[in-house]
Design a protein around this ligand. Structure first.
Ligand SMILES: Nc1nc2c(ncn2[C@@H]2O[C@H](COP(=O)(O)OP(=O)(O)OP(=O)(O)O)[C@@H](O)[C@H]2O)c(=O)[nH]1
Ligand SMILES: [Mg+2]
Length: 211
């Protein structure tokens, strides 16, 4: 069992050029605007007020760093940075703004030296968008281990969840067991995802799941 002992906001970066290392392993959360990235971080932190969320897309406009400290079964403490990125694919945002977000996201991936893995969030109710698939391919080409997490599972029945998992796995061309299901409302999936994240933090898992 992974027990989150502390989660706190450290800082925001608007510009990848200003990016500096925190000398801690990093795990980044990416996904479409409004998919639930900030809510996912709050769910892991057991703190609804940690990352700002909103029902309007485009809430997170900076690269935000949260320091998590966890204790595991063996009681060893472990710290890592969870990185909340702006969402992509918000159609209503001005073109300039969309480009700015894109360069902020890609700038982060190009600059960071501490990234261990990425959680790519998709909405379990919808087929992954072309932008999701492009992001997945981009991360694969950058050799960044990526975990696909289908969130908002509270919105579907059990049989619908299984159907969606199959569709999502097919779209990303990954095995169905590599699609993790969660809900930031009910906290379903939290433990399994935290455990997987810790494998990357500790450097035990470095396979890329793209094949
Ligand atoms: N039912 C349900 N709603 C959720 C879940 N996760 C997020 N939401 C809702 O979805 C909306 C968007 O959540 P955010 O966490 O702000 O999404 P985001 O991906 O950080 O959005 P941007 O910062 O704009 O990219 C909010 O209204 C949340 O309450 C979930 O698991 N279940
Ligand atoms: Mg957000």
């Amino acid at each position: 069992m992974v027990n989150v002992k502390e989660a706190k906001f450290i800082s925001s970066r608007a510009d990848a050029a200003a990016y500096e290392s925190f000398s801690l392993p990093e795990i980044a959360v990416v996904g479409r605007s409004n998919v639930g990235k900030s809510s996912f971080i709050n769910m892991l932190a057991n703190n609804k007020k940690l990352a700002k969320t909103s029902s309007t897309p485009g809430r997170t406009r900076l690269v935000n760093f949260f320091k998590f400290t966890v204790a595991e079964n063996n009681n060893n403490n472990n710290s890592f940075m969870l990185v909340d990125l702006p969402g992509y694919g918000y159609a209503k945002a001005a073109h300039d703004e969309q480009n700015r977000w894109k360069s902020m996201i890609e700038g982060y991936f190009e600059k960071t030296k501490d990234l261990k893995s990425v959680v790519l969030l998709v909405d379990i109710r919808h087929e992954p968008t072309i932008k999701d698939l492009q992001m997945f391919d981009y991360l694969f080409r950058c050799n960044i281990a990526t975990t696909v997490v289908a969130t908002k599972a509270d919105k579907l029945s059990k049989s619908q969840i299984n159907k969606s998992k199959i569709e999502i796995a097919k779209a990303f061309k990954i095995g169905i067991n590599n699609v993790f299901v969660c809900s930031s409302e009910t906290r379903v999936g939290k433990e399994q995802i935290l455990e997987r994240m810790m494998q990357f933090v500790e450097g035990g898992a470095n396979e890329n799941l793209g094949d």
